[in-house]
Design a binder for this molecule. Structure first.
Ligand code: NAP
Length: 256
């Protein structure tokens, strides 16, 4: 199966890195736009770079479009799409309906991989379920088919939540540095602790993290005292507000 990446920017580059790690360089063709990054990926990993988007679509069974939302439709329409082909959109907000009208008779799948694709560790929600899309995206991390487009749209806000975790990680490392821990140690131990929480949560996705937290918080201990401080400051509520803002923004992107 040949996979095309149309739009080799931050996300498209991360997808390509993920395919290179998975020894799939010869299965992937890059679009020429984003020339600097495509050229670098060709010289570093040996990816083929298509002459233009028409050649890319002709050569591929699955094409992942990772241009910016406002450029998605113009970058995929008027290309030689054919029956049996699958377009996977990684763009925030663009609905399956508008993608379908641009690439018929190809099938359409929406997805939300993040930059952790470069490490083959991305969450990859998709809608609707599609076996070719699952095969193409599985090397980048953990694919989950979402049952409805409305639910997919809400889940997509997690792509932004992934980014906010960097803000939390950064400010926690800063707190340690301010307390006198050297920068390298502060960043490493905080990263290891984040990985530890991620590993436990991912190991039991069926389990409510609130229940796990009850076991973590020894009565009278440091988890309990910190949690009380967070709750007294209503510190978790703005995270909900941020999710609401991201979900609303996704709807606006879909309409523009
Ligand atoms: N960045 C993330 O972490 C992330 C996460 C999840 C989803 N997304 C989604 O991924 C998409 C890309 O985001 P990004 O941050 O990677 O943006 P970006 O860095 O600006 O990359 C977009 C790339 O698309 C290229 N492009 C524009 N028009 C094109 C065309 N007609 N044909 C081929 N390539 C074209 C641009 O090339 P030029 O440089 O030549 O203009 C650029 O290299 C967005 O829709 C975003 O919603 C991003």
């Amino acid at each position: 199966m040949k996979i095309g990446i149309l739009g080799v920017g931050h996300l498209g580059g991360a997808l390509a890195e993920g395919y290179a790690n998975a020894d799939m360089t010869s299965d992937v063709i890059l679009s020429p736009r984003g020339r600097e990054r495509s050229t670098l990926l060709r010289s570093t990993h040996g990816f083929e770079v298509a002459e233009d988007n028409v050649a890319l679509v002709r050569a591929c069974d699955v094409v992942i479009v990772s241009t910016r939302p406002d450029a998605v439709i113009s970058s995929i329409q008027m290309l030689p799409w054919r029956e049996g082909q699958v377009l996977i959109s990684a763009a925030d907000g663009i609905t399956a309906g508008s993608l379908r009208s641009a690439v018929a008779p190809a099938e359409v799948v929406r997805s939300m991989p993040v930059l952790a694709s470069a490490l083959n560790q991305s969450a990859v929600p998709i809608y609707p379920e599609n076996q070719m899309a699952i095969k193409a995206l599985a090397p980048l991390g953990y694919v989950t088919s979402i049952k409805s487009e409305d639910a997919f749209s809400s889940v997509s806000a997690l792509g932004a939540w992934f980014g906010w975790l960097f803000a939390l990680a950064g400010s926690t490392a800063d707190d340690l540095i301010e307390a006198g821990v050297d920068q390298q140690t502060a960043r490493k131990v905080k990263a290891d602790m984040m990985r530890a929480a991620g590993a436990m949560i991912a190991d039991r996705p069926d389990r409510d993290p609130h229940d796990t937290l009850k076991n973590l918080a020894t009565p009278g201990g440091i988890t309990e005292v910190g949690l009380k401080t967070l709750k007294d400051a209503n510190a978790l509520e703005p995270w909900g507000a941020a999710m609401d803002a991201a979900m609303k923004k996704l709807q606006t992107l879909g309409r523009s």
